[in-house]
Design a protein around this ligand. Sequence first.
Ligand code: MIC
Ligand code: SF4
Length: 645
Amino acid sequence: MGLTLTEKILSAHLVEGELVRGSEIGIRIDQTLTQDATGTMAYLEFEAMGVPRVRTERSVAYIDHNTLQNGFENADDHRFIGSCAKKHGLFFSRPGNGICHQVHLERYGIPGKTLIGSDSHTPTGGGLGMLAIGAGGLDVAVAMGGGAYYITCPKVVKVELTGKLSPWVAAKDVILEVLRRMSVKGGVGKVIEYCGEGVKTLTVPERATITNMGAELGATSSIFPSDEMTRDFLRAQQREEVWVPLAADEDAVYDEHIVIDLGALVPLAACPHSPDNVKSMEEIGTLKIDQVCIGSCTNSSLLDMMKVAHILKGKTVHPDVSLSIAPGSKQVLNMLAANGALADMIDAGARILESACGPCIGMGQSPNSAGISLRTFNRNFEGRSGTKDGQIYLVSPETAAASALTGYLTDPRTLGDMPAFPLPEVFTINDNMLTPPAAEEDMADVEILRGPNIKPYPETAPLLETIEAPCSLKVGDNITTDHIMPAGAKILPLRSNIPAISQHCFAVCDEAFPARAKKMGKSIIVGGANYGQGSSREHAALAPLYLGVKAVLVKSFARIHRANLINAGILPLTFVNEADYDKIAQGDVLVLADIRKAVEEGKTELVVVNKTNGAEIPVLCELTGRTKDIMLAGGLLDYTREQLK
Ligand code: MIC
Ligand code: SF4
């Protein structure tokens, strides 16, 4: 029986377990990446483990999220991460060098390698044929120290692409179509593998747009084969030597099969407030817009920017629209400057932003009151733009640029003939903003530079004998990590300070939650389906930990958030019968009797007693050998320290 590409890479990296769908496996990690908003915690955790130098083939620390520097906090974080990178053997991508996923694709990605990153869009590397996975900071810290990364052996979905995209229809429309079909929870526990004749028609940056936004499916990862297109891209990046051909076997067996005819696709948009609320321009109808933002790790490649510049050239942005553009990396920005495309954008009235995440994570450029904003990004969750009533539509760069000129959501196919946009023969290479680490013999002399806002990891404790605690919060389905631990210009600077950031926990849903939880001392959160979707931010587990949350009981979890809860020593529980969700109200006192003993004995079916109304609620506590030990120890940090002893 043939193997899928995912199985080939997994089996070449397997260090624990067997490749049996649904069982836990440990894999060796070749490369890691961190960004600054999750990175400070990751390096504090790495320091706490006591490993002097990273043991991966390549680890890179990027600064791209927190670049507003509205106060000393961000700048202190940059300095701290830079000094950690230097001391512990990592390359450091300085602020201004670009968005982690874009730069990693350009300069470091290698087909067939494994990459984990403390950012949910790490699967961007799948565009190069890497098995690239988003993870919590602590998992990345362990991998930097040479430890394995543990996942549930995924199912593999075959997405067969046939035909060729029509002019002005984009890679973004491909992934929006996949989201329309599979939904934001359709990818949980799965790797999405692209194949078929249509693959050959897509360049690496286009493939990367598709694998990037696979994160919004809840998928473990997404991957393309490594072929001649991959080779062309690596050659143009002057890295052809790392190319290897990779593909699934002809007779590989998949768990699901989807066929997409590229030629039949039309421009699409994800409507507020979910990336799977996908509609065609026709279905949406007339939509007057206030703002357009182009950029983010999904759509900020040179090819995307060249298309945008072409559309804007010689025109003026509509008087009612504010257009901002953030090219994804220094390489992209530099090439746009050299070839004149940047001048075309500026001339049309675009507001050029630095190469960073920017508005995608609410760092500036919030829309006006109830403003309608078209964005080439990957997430349009409520409140993420920085305003609660902003209406965000996710579209391709082509649709965004065409609409910026008309003032209305506009089908880019109305632009007429589309010229060819070829990949350059050579990209401009200058890695001067990627600082190498200190040589091994100089490591000891490097001083770690800490600022006053950088506080230690919150206190943990081994799993209690019995948990008796009130429900401090009850929420519905599809709660995102942007609900649990919002980001944006005001809150993001507190990422290195858990006591301070915890005061904003669940601010989008219930501003009184932090004070209530703290007052209760111990508490339990109850939620619906797909709880914790979105970001990899472990702060969505560390803030509840700090506020005394002992367990989270929901209908179902998103993958990374569930892992982050376990890593923080918070018990993840799911309802056996989803209808039992109605048997708990906020404030009810819940009891998990002899929970420690039950976990020690590996019991998975437990009962939560609602002391307030007497209901007995069966719940699942699915912890395997290793996650069981992590939970008993009080979290991954304590567990790893014990292991290292
Ligand atoms: C995001 O897109 O939500 C982020 C900000 O990049 C996060 C990471 C973070 O919260 O720092 C992610 O996707 O993991
Ligand atoms: Fe940055 Fe946005 Fe990409 Fe997250 S999704 S890494 S915030 S550009």
